[in-house]
Unconditional design. Structure first.
Length: 258
């Protein structure tokens, strides 16, 4: 497929103003988006916006529209290392990869991308397109399903009954660290919208999703802290009883003086 930018007979070549091409791409039912040669989004259809969970800004969003991308093992993948970025940087179509995208509200969806560089008649890379195929599961033997194991959950799993004091301390430290991560992640997400110049209602909708997600994560972590506090009280109470019983066991009556 070759695209010659000089053949476009449009009165305005601003972002996403290519009526003939947009109408053609809109007929594709699968989620699809395009970028320029530098990776900046120039177009996406409604199916892509639905899959992504929001409408990224054209000309200001680079490489892909995903809020976040994870590998099939659940590791966060920098956007400049996503399949589309690889396709543009290396000038080749990327096939056979699977990944998991994350929406602003935190839901994760496995998908398979088909990023393809687009060249003009001279062979120069002038744009790129990407079709995203939503997957019902990850077809990778032994791979984890990060989209199905989001943490923290709203209702944390019960703690084991034989939890020791050292284990309790470790759980407490991990929970406090997770709370800090939630706040840090929330502020990072909000900073991404500082330069937002698109639809104000869309920005507010994204911020609302981010706040809802933050509150859900807080709720789960606060519940975990309550569980840990209750366990701490029970452990302390048991230790006190054990100490009293040991004291009674080793107690000997005083020797009577004659």
């Amino acid at each position: 497929m070759f695209i010659d930018e000089h053949d476009l007979s449009t009165p305005d070549r601003g972002w996403n103003y290519e009526p003939a091409r947009a109408e053609l791409l809109q007929k594709i039912s699968a989620p699809l988006y395009t970028t320029d040669a530098e990776g900046w989004l120039t177009y996406y259809n409604d199916a892509a916006a639905e899959l992504l969970g929001y409408r990224p800004e054209l000309g200001k969003t680079r490489w892909c529209g995903s809020w976040r991308i994870f590998t099939t093992e659940g590791a966060l993948l920098p956007l400049d290392q996503c399949p589309m970025a690889v396709a543009i940087k290396e000038g080749r179509a990327v096939r056979g990869l699977q990944a998991v995208l994350e929406r602003p509200n935190g839901t994760r969806i496995p998908f398979m991308p088909y990023p393809t560089p687009l060249r003009d008649a001279s062979g120069a890379l002038v744009a790129a397109s990407n079709v995203l195929v939503k997957l019902t599961d990850l077809r990778v033997p032994g791979a984890a399903s990060p989209f199905a194991k989001e943490w923290p959950e709203l209702t944390p799993a019960p703690l084991p009954a034989d939890l020791g004091l050292d284990d309790l301390t470790g759980c407490l430290q991990a929970t406090l660290a997770a709370q800090a991560d939630v706040e840090f992640g929330y502020h990072i997400d909000c900073e991404r919208l500082d330069d937002w110049s698109g639809d104000a209602a869309e920005k507010e909708r994204i911020l609302h999703q981010l706040e809802q997600r933050r509150q859900q994560q807080r709720a789960g972590l606060n519940l975990r802290l309550e569980q840990l506090q209750q366990f701490a009280k029970e452990i302390i109470a048991r230790n006190q009883v054990d100490a009293e019983q040991r004291a009674c066991t080793h107690w000997t009556p005083p020797t009577r003086l004659h």
